[in-house]
Ligand binder design. Structure first.
Ligand code: NAD
Length: 473
């Protein structure tokens, strides 16, 4: 078992108090991280504030070089990092590898983003231009499903915009993040990136800290609301990436064998613990029987198990609380007599938070397993008759994160996409985020956006400078 340390002001430090981190595949302790509180936070924020004075004056090229250094450090150590990620998060090695390389790729791509000045007026009377200035010290709060991707998508735009950051990983998955902290310690100027770990109680201390200017948060909608309240005291800027209950709509012209496998992975990747996973799959009645059978058949070929073992397709649920919640949703479906195409029973093996792949056959729209975000390897398939009906059903959610339409007629797909109340819609693919396109939720799935120029702008204020040209002075 290894002890990992906080990164504060360019140094790896601990406070002698520790949190244990479990491997969800076997419930064994795999590492310890500092149980940080107000003292560590105050030191990290003070370091970030000091560093901000000089970092905000750096050129785009200097920032780009530092961010590219982060990307390189992750890539060069990818082998070690993805194995550690599987150990603490549970996802199979191949998916952990994708996350690590994806995070390095995101950092490299986003290092190229620039916020150029915009000229508002340029004539004989005045020159008016808008420049973007960094907001200051950012507090980043990250969940346990994609700990590295989420950390990088907060650290990188903060640095590119000229901000400094104090980042808090989830207490369930802090190890790989602190290992990356160690790897980038000498890559980033001291104080620009600080990473401190602690229980959930560290979160509200960050949200309420008087010397933090902005919060960027990814996590549940319930916590997002608390953050919005906590940030209201001094009107901190906020970006919230929250929950989703994404609908996939499969039109009757879709090729059944081809989409079956893709639909499966759109739901079961990372054991379903993906904000933008397909959580409700609506299949046209003409192909419902064939497609639901094909998905269930494919599901039987996928192995549920320890993510470090070759051949595992679906790993354990990341933590006990979430495991119990998923089992509760499955029990509710059983209690209500809904039909299962596969799964539905708890793994009897004892240790590890394993849930068998569970697919429900046309449960009602108000079933908990349909109406709530499952965040586990559970997928309800539902039958629909008309496009108007399915759009209404898809939009009948407090969430509005993403969705997908599957059809050979891509014009029709786009027509449906334009009627969906979500921040992202894919036609004939899923979970594809571009470093250059804004990603954010409508309704209760979020506030603001990450990625692209829109995401970068959220780390800045606009400042308008106007020069009067015909002034009588
Ligand atoms: P969570 O809200 O429980 O925790 C997220 C983070 O917030 C953790 O670091 C936690 O320690 C911290 N936290 C907890 N209470 C806090 C408080 N009162 N104030 C401040 N911080 C606090 O979420 P989770 O269970 O870790 O993640 C699962 C949720 O995240 C799902 O709902 C999922 O859809 C969502 N998610 C959204 C996106 C997205 O981009 N929209 C991406 C991934 C996950």
């Amino acid at each position: 078992m290894t002890d990992y340390k906080n990164l504060i002001d360019g140094e790896m430090v601990d406070n002698g108090e520790w949190l244990e981190v479990l491997n969800p595949a076997n419930e064994q302790v795999v590492g310890r991280v500092p149980a940080s509180g107000k003292d560590e936070l105050d030191r990290a924020v003070a370091a970030a504030r000091r560093a901000f004075k000089t970092w905000k004056e750096t050129s785009h090229e200097e920032r780009q070089q530092v961010v590219q250094g982060i990307a390189a450090a992750i890539k060069e150590n990818a082998d070690e990092l993805f194995r550690l990620l599987t150990t603490e998060q549970g996802k199979p090695h191949a998916q952990a590898q994708q996350e690590i390389y994806g995070a390095a790729g995101l950092a490299a791509a986003q290092s190229t983003l620039t916020l150029d000045d915009v000229v508002n007026q340029d004539d004989d009377t005045r020159l008016s231009r808008t420049r973007r200035v960094p907001v200051g010290v950012v507090g980043g709060i990250v969940p346990w499903n994609f700990p590295i991707m989420m950390a990088i998508q907060k650290i990188v735009p903060a640095l590119v915009a000229g901000c400094t950051i104090v980042l808090k990983p989830s207490p369930f998955t802090p190890l790989t993040t602190l290992r990356i902290a160690e790897l980038i310690k000498d890559v980033v100027p001291a104080g620009t990136v600080n990473i401190i770990t602690g229980e959930d109680t560290l979160g509200p201390l960050i949200t309420g800290h008087p010397d933090i200017d902005k919060i960027t948060f990814t996590g549940s909608t319930a916590t997002g609301k608390k953050i919005m309240e906590g940030a209201a005291g001094d009107l901190k800027r906020i970006t919230l990436e929250l929950g989703g209950n994404d609908a996939s709509i499969v039109l009757p012209d879709a090729d059944v064998p081809k989409v079956a496998e893709q639909l499966f992975w759109s739901s079961f990747s990372n054991a379903g613990q993906v904000c933008i996973a397909a959580k409700r799959i609506y299949i046209h009645e003409d192909i419902y029987d064939d497609l639901s059978k094909a998905i269930a058949e494919y599901a039987k070929t996928v192995v549920v198990g320890d993510g470090s073992q070759q051949g595992t397709g679906v790993g354990p649920i990341q933590n006990k609380k979430q495991y119990e919640r998923v089992l509760e949703l499955i029990q509710d479906a059983k209690d209500n007599g809904y039909k299962f195409l596969t799964g539905g029973d708890k793994d009897p093996s004892g240790t590890g938070y394993y849930v068998p792949i569970t697919i429900l056959d046309n449960p009602p729209e108000d079933a908990r397993i349909v109406a709530e975000e499952q965040f586990g390897p559970v997928m309800p398939l539902m039958k629909f008759g008309s496009v108007d009906e399915v759009i209404e059903r898809a939009n009948n959610s407090e969430y509005g994160l993403a969705g997908a339409v599957w059809t050979k007629d891509t014009d029709k797909g786009v027509e449906i996409a334009e009627q969906l109340e979500t921040g992202t819609v894919w036609i004939n693919e899923f979970m594809q985020l571009s470093p250059f396109a804004p990603f954010g939720g409508h309704k209760q799935s979020g506030f603001g956006a990450e990625y692209g120029i829109d995401g970068l702008k959220e780390f800045t204020y606009p400042q308008v400078i106007t020069v009067k040209r015909d002034a009588a002075v």
